[in-house]
Ligand binder design. Structure first.
Ligand SMILES: Nc1ncnc2c1ncn2[C@@H]1O[C@H](COP(=O)(O)OP(=O)(O)OP(=O)(O)O)[C@@H](O)[C@H]1O
Length: 443
């Protein structure tokens, strides 16, 4: 376990810190490196956010910042710049450095699980956006018992993530994983799916049934589409979470239950809360830890990897490879349905494969092939914007430059800030992207 340690202009603190880290089994190097986590010990100053952004490669490398002297006024600024944690240097630093060492050791454990665990390997991906979500997921699942809110667009793998939390939770893995889709819960019957019911509790209740709260005892209760939970059931859920007990419908008896709650949503729950459609106290309770799964747009590097993974599942040995043209095609598509949509597309392609070592362009579904052969750029919206801009008096030069700025910033957002990928998408050099971005920032 290697970690770098910097304490600019402060050799005595560097020595104390390196002794503690060394005593905890960390191999300390005195030069920053992108290959391992690091520690920066420094006084707070205006240049600190910039330094952190550089050392952490904008959050890709984990860096603990230990601040000497006055506490930093705004630790959020440092976290925003990419620091993984910000701690004050205690009187002699020893205590602080033990905390730092424990944190770094935890990261190594998390990384090992995220990279190579038999459970995590079900979730495919290696892009920075994906790895950072996965690491956080593993950390939350393994080292806490908190309720987790998994947020992300449709098809990004939220249910898979919830199953991963169950499998990685040392306390709950042996218990059940109980799924309830909140869109199917009926308000009028006060949620028999959740509470269960006694025989004869309502018309049609011919036999007693156990509900999800009882079934999930000792395991994980996964509430999918939590934003759709009927308002009348929201205080009831909160009560069960607080009291860890519930009554089945038609029963007078309290039943104890102890489950871990994992919820998923593709909606903005804070917006629902502001609109009065979701209880604030419940929202706080559910989102003790929030894991946001990236869309496929934010992890396009993972597309070939995912496509091969699905092909392996669908076509038995020998699994065909992807012709470069097919790979290019897969990379060029938009996937509003995210990983699920990619999976469906690969399934359609696999059906057309009748043998041979490669998936070729001819195996793409017909409409996909047509789109590939005669790409028809969608320009209706663009034409309207250009008309509007000309009406507003913009000349061609300004218009061209504005469109180029927009294209670069959109491509950068879509690739999670990856200049090389953005350049590939735009068909220009990485330097051109950097220059335009720098131009934008100085304007
Ligand atoms: N990282 C991944 N690796 C492998 N398969 C994945 C990954 N993410 C998603 N999938 C697959 O994509 C499909 C959709 O995943 P899942 O149902 O978990 O998404 P979701 O976000 O819960 O969707 P929805 O919002 O529509 O409920 C599933 O077949 C799942 O196995």
């Amino acid at each position: 376990m290697r970690a770098w340690l910097l304490a600019p202009g402060d050799p005595s603190r560097w020595k104390v810190a390196s002794d503690v880290l060394g005593s905890r089994g960390l191999d300390v190097v005195a030069e920053a490196s992108g290959d391992c986590p690091g520690v920066l010990i420094t006084r707070a100053c205006g240049r600190l956010p910039g330094m952190i952004a550089e050392l952490s490669d904008n959050g890709r490398v984990r860096v603990v910042v230990v601040v000497v002297g006055e506490p930093v006024a705004d630790p959020w600024e440092l976290l925003g710049a990419g620091a993984s944690d910000v701690l004050p240097w205690s009187t002699n630093g020893v205590e602080t450095m033990h905390t730092v060492a424990a944190r770094i050791q935890r990261w190594f454990q998390v990384d090992r699980l995220a990279r190579a665990g038999p459970v995590t390997s079900r979730m495919v991906g290696r892009s920075p956006a994906w790895m950072s979500a996965l690491r956080w997921l593993v950390e939350v699942a393994r080292y806490s018992d908190a309720s987790v809110l998994v947020a992300g667009e449709s098809g990004t793998g939220k249910e898979l993530a919830a199953r991963l939390i169950h499998a990685l939770d040392p306390q709950r893995a042996k218990g059940k994983f109980v799924v309830v889709d909140c869109t199917t819960i009926m308000e009028s019957l006060s949620g028999p799916e959740l509470f269960g019911h006694e025989r004869g509790a309502f018309t049609g209740a011919h036999i007693a049934r156990r509900g999800a709260f009882g079934e999930a005892d000792g395991g994980v209760l996964f509430l999918d589409e939590i934003g759709e939970l009927p308002p009348s059931l929201q205080p009831e859920l909160l009560r069960v979470l607080q009291e860890r007990a519930f009554k089945a419908i038609g029963s007078q008896k309290w039943e104890r239950t102890d489950f871990r709650l994992v919820c998923a949503t593709n909606q903005d729950l804070s917006a629902l809360e502001r609109a009065g459609r979701f209880r604030r106290d419940l929202l706080f309770r559910l989102s003790a830890a929030t894991v946001r799964l990236p869309s496929l747009r934010e992890r396009i590097d993972d597309i070939p990897l995912l496509a091969r993974h699905f092909l392996r599942q669908l076509v038995a040995d020998p699994t065909p490879g992807l012709d470069p043209a097919v790979e290019r095609f897969l990379l060029s598509r938009a996937y509003p349905g995210n990983v699920r949509e990619l999976r469906q597309l690969v399934t359609q392609i696999a059906i057309r494969h009748v043998g041979g070592p490669l998936i070729t362009a001819g195996m793409l579904p017909d409409e996909e092939r047509v789109a590939e052969l005669c790409p028809a750029p969608r320009t209706e919206g663009l034409a309207e914007s250009v008309r509007q801009a000309l009406e507003d008096g913009l000349d061609l030069r300004t218009l061209k430059s504005t469109v180029a700025d927009l294209a670069v910033s959109t491509a950068l957002t879509a690739t999670g800030g990856n200049v090389i990928q953005a350049a590939k998408r735009l068909g220009v050099t990485a330097r051109a992207v950097q220059l335009r971005r720098a131009g934008e920032q100085t304007r």
